[in-house]
Design a protein around this ligand. Sequence first.
Ligand code: HPA
Length: 270
Amino acid sequence: MMEKIREAVAYIQSVCDVQPSVGIVLGSGLGSFTKQIKIIKEIPYADIPHFPVSTVEGHSGKLILGELNGKKLVAMAGRFHYYEGYSAQQVVFPIRVMKFLGIQTLLLSNAAGGVEPSLKVGDLMIINDHISQLVPNPLIGKNEKELGTRFPDMSEPYKKGLISLMKKIAVENGIDVKEGVYVAVTGPTFETRAEYKMILAMGGDAVGMSTVPEAITAVHMGIPVFAMSVITDVGIRDEENAITHEEVLEAAKAAEPNFIRLFSELIGRL
Ligand code: HPA
């Protein structure tokens, strides 16, 4: 695996000499964040050795290297999900590549379903912990000592310092943010009514199909992580209406301006 990481890093550095200090993964419906970035280089995932090849027609995704608020960053516009058929290890390969490009902080974002009763569509929720037991762990397999320890501590997967900094930024900008536990599921089905209730009962506030494998991988490598969900639907409800991907994307788009403001500011203050 180290060989593959090095080849991917060498390719990226051969086409672009930016040294990013921040990595950011943009979730569903949050891609307009890239408009904030002074782009230095865009690299289609398909060009990068060993990057997974996207299964989603029409948008294959790209790595963006650039600058925002005085910080050099690398952004993933489009991420890989386990439900697309990649192994858990393939899903997190780009995070490992980011580490060797030099990032010192990883920012993750996603669209998620709310289960905690006070969460509403459009809410922004800082992830302060997660439950990963419903999805395969990306660290299963031979441990690469060069990346991290066999049995990583998970007592603080999301850095407290970054959470308090974001809360401060939110107050300063008059933007309301919630905080809670994200439960990872494989998807691609949205949850049944019984599953949403189970997720609440097990201690979750929100549920989604990404983020946790990436956070685990970063923690394994010693990179501080911050993550935020946009609540795009609520799972526990009385009405009969079903959830659609379009509804999720629309809700994320509506919350995007506040998301962009908060993340841009956080990057500037790292
Ligand atoms: N469940 C799982 N993943 C999601 C949801 C949901 O309700 N909303 C957005 N992503």
